[in-house]
Design a protein. Sequence first.
Length: 359
Amino acid sequence: MLSEKVIPPKDEGRIQVTFSPGKRKGRTSQSITVTSNDPDEPLLILRIEGMIKQAVIVKPNRLDFGNVIMGDSPSRKLTVFPAKGEELKVREVESGSEHLRIKLSKISEEGVYQIDVTLGPEAPFGRLNERLIIYTDNERQPVVDVLVTANIKGDIVVTPKRLSLNVQKGEEFQSPSINITKVGQGKLKVFNVESNKEFITAELQPLEQGKRYRVALKVGPDAPVGWTQGLITIQTDDPREPNIRVPINLNVSGEITVVPERIYFGLVNPGRPTSRVITLIKNKGGGLKITRVESSSNWLTPEIVLPEEVNRIQVKVWLKPEAPIGRIDGKITVHTNSSLQPIIEVPVSGNVRQTPARK
């Protein structure tokens, strides 16, 4: 709140700030922005810092059960006590969740309490996010919230949970397998596995019927060069986990490396000729030959600037000075003598725009 909205020359004004800490604790900071007609400093940012001290201390300050197998009933403990110079009586502890069992015990006449929290075996599959609400007689902190979390899992263990693969273009690759194990009671039936990429095949292999399975993966020689994100879906008869998904990050290296993989001109003044260079490197085998270079845009002109048959060739791409104002998008297509990478496409982007002259 301002004491005066108009401050005369060589005078001063005061700003009254009220801070409500809410549920914050520990060191905190806030900013206040002051806007004025001062030509030298029209925008002034004031920073206020402080330490919010707790009157009621809870350890740990959050309760995480971690990964819990569905049907298990683990317990955790909280200790509640007053800060130095404070008095404390815990009146009640409650939770909005029917899956948490709570027991409050006073363990010291100095106002120290213990809260036993038990996760019920009926807690459903999935992520649990709940809160404990502790009611006290402390005027500074009459209510304290404690976050309670758990990740309730089925009794199917899948390893690994994700795969990262590096493959050489043109070579068939036998990747590490995905293992599926039933660790709880009863039997598990895996009746299908699917890949969302045609060049990644998944084969189901029973190891111990009803208990253990393996998914063998192969990356075919037709996998495209570059990064691909795939997904393996494992279909089971478990109603809690009918579809188990394993992500795959696949990097296929070609025999030709392009640096950079895309051309970005950035902001270009109209009428100004601008160029960028890409380098094609043959990683193995015989010499590299570029048979043709094409552009999808009338405003882009590619030209070969190094010999046409070596292991390293550079292509310079010009943005024509007559390119219109606006965004430029296109691609450069390089035709090579490689049987694995006969066509290489390089995306091109830029923005032709008049920029103010520097003072």
